[in-house]
Design a protein around this ligand. Structure first.
Ligand code: SF4
Length: 454
């Protein structure tokens, strides 16, 4: 059955969601476009996280900051435990602090409680950097979080930064923007015209140490890293960022907004990169050297990537034999990761039959559409019912997603690969390619699926 018929006849797909689902037509792009980058349809039970969660994704990896969640305790359950970015120094960020708003606070206001929480933190620990996240209920009762932060910043002379992230005030992308605004309000105070030849890495959160892999690659080709946003970062490293001469943006969904602001106000140009897959890692390293106008680094990048690709080639080839002809479904956060994954699957002889993202932009979907084959289903801001319908219809062998998609795949008897913030092994760089291929192979070819089918 073609997708248009499924959408029309399947009651599990809401009429209001039809514009967010695209069926790749014969002969290239369908030209119809699809809706994306907008708020979720009410009642659709989107897989997408709230504004506050989007902000926390970006800011939580700052290792020496206090992250205080101003709201009921439930919001604070979103912690380091499910966003396992690693640190080389401080580990304060692994704690979760909350003002634990209760009924009386909701009635009489939570500003006093927030003030007391910040004062306690300042007097006990005196951190240089504190982020205060406004959650849904704070947006409803109207606590003036900005005023509290301003007053206490003046009192203590430290950076106490409000993050305007009530969960209902938009979607996860709004949260990314709020986090970027919070970062800008800090680093904007350290603007400088004096630049060093080096890059800031934006949109990498050092999951399973991936930031360290990327930094090592850049070191190998002679490119200096000034700062990173925000994996394994600290107050001191962040404020050095305005002196960089180039920003490289890995997670475009979360950090392009920050890169654009830094370009406008600090005169730092940016390029988008991806370190997922041999193809994208290779081209990213070469493009970074080119953007810096560094011929020596470019030559080194070519030689380095050739030798790294050779190192893993035999093993990847061996696993590939088990995977050729299998079908993949992808549902991830941002468009750039989806694009890299389609390429990675293609290099393994696998076809992507369903692909979607939570926060993809029009440009991302145009690239996705140009990469996938005819009949592929492309979805924005999907819900479990849609993913289930199209994975079954397209006979996907594996789903690549995050923690929310894992149970869905297993219930359907479909293999799964976690490509989100909860994973414990790196999937970036050449090391990541090997881990990815091994995981895809062991999940797809696990004998458990035969027992389930029986
Ligand atoms: S901010 Fe709102 S939507 Fe987000 S976790 Fe808290 S209550 Fe839930």
């Amino acid at each position: 059955m073609v997708v248009e018929e499924i959408v029309k006849t399947d009651s599990s797909i809401l009429k209001e969601r039809q514009d967010f689902i695209l069926h790749k037509q014969a002969g290239g792009c369908s030209g119809d476009g699809m809706r994306c980058d907008s708020d979720s349809v009410s009642g659709a039970v989107s897989q997408r996280a709230c504004v506050y969660c989007g902000a926390r994704v970006v800011l939580n990896p700052i290792t020496d900051a206090f992250h205080i969640v101003h709201g009921p305790i439930g919001c604070a359950s979103y912690t380091w435990d499910i966003r396992g970015s690693l640190t080389s120094k401080e580990d304060l960020y692994r704690n979760s602090f909350s003002t634990d708003l209760r009924e009386t606070d909701i009635i009489f206001g939570g500003e006093k409680k927030l003030t007391a929480a910040i004062e306690e933190v300042m007097e006990k620990y005196n951190p240089k950097l504190v982020f205060i996240y406004a959650t849904c209920i704070v947006g409803v009762i109207g606590d003036d979080v900005e005023a509290v932060c301003r007053t206490l910043s003046e009192k203590y002379g430290n950076h106490i930064i409000p993050v305007k992230s009530p969960g209902f005030s938009g979607n996860k992308s709004t949260g990314y923007r709020m986090a970027c605004n919070a970062i800008m309000s800090l680093i904007g105070q350290y603007k400088t015209k004096e630049k060093v030849k080096g890059v800031n890495i934006l949109g990498d959160f050092n999951l399973a140490g991936e930031m360290w892999i990327i930094k090592d690659y850049l070191k190998q080709i002679g490119v200096h890293v000034v700062s990173s946003f925000t994996g394994d970062s600290s107050y001191e490293s962040l404020i050095a960022a305005p002196s960089a001469s180039l920003n490289i943006v890995q997670c475009a969904g979360s950090s392009t907004y920050l890169a654009k602001q830094m370009e406008e106000t600090m005169d730092i140009p940016f390029i988008k990169v991806s370190f997922f897959g041999v193809e994208d890692t290779t081209s990213s390293l070469i493009r970074i050297a080119e953007a810096l106008g560094d011929e020596k680094a470019r030559q080194k990048a070519i030689a380095f990537t050739e030798s790294k690709a050779k190192e893993i080639q035999d093993l990847v080839e061996r696993y590939k034999q088990n995977l050729i002809g299998k079908k993949a479904a992808i549902y991830v956060g941002g468009g750039f990761k989806a694009i890299s994954l389609i390429r990675q699957f293609r290099s393994l002889g696998m076809e992507t039959v369903v692909v979607g993202t939570q926060t993809g932009k029009k440009d991302d979907y145009e690239i996705i559409e140009s990469l996938v084959k005819e009949d592929t289903v492309i979805l924005d801001d999907a819900n479990p019912a849609e993913l289930e319908t199209f994975m079954i219809e397209k006979k996907a062998d594996i789903l690549v997603g995050g923690v929310k998609e894992r149970p869905l795949a297993y219930k359907l008897g479909i293999a799964f690969c976690d490509h989100n913030h909860e994973r414990k092994h790196p999937l970036a760089g050449f090391e990541g390619v090997l881990n990815f291929v091994k995981e895809i192979n062991s999940s797809i070819n696990n004998p458990v699926w035969d027992y389930i089918k029986e």
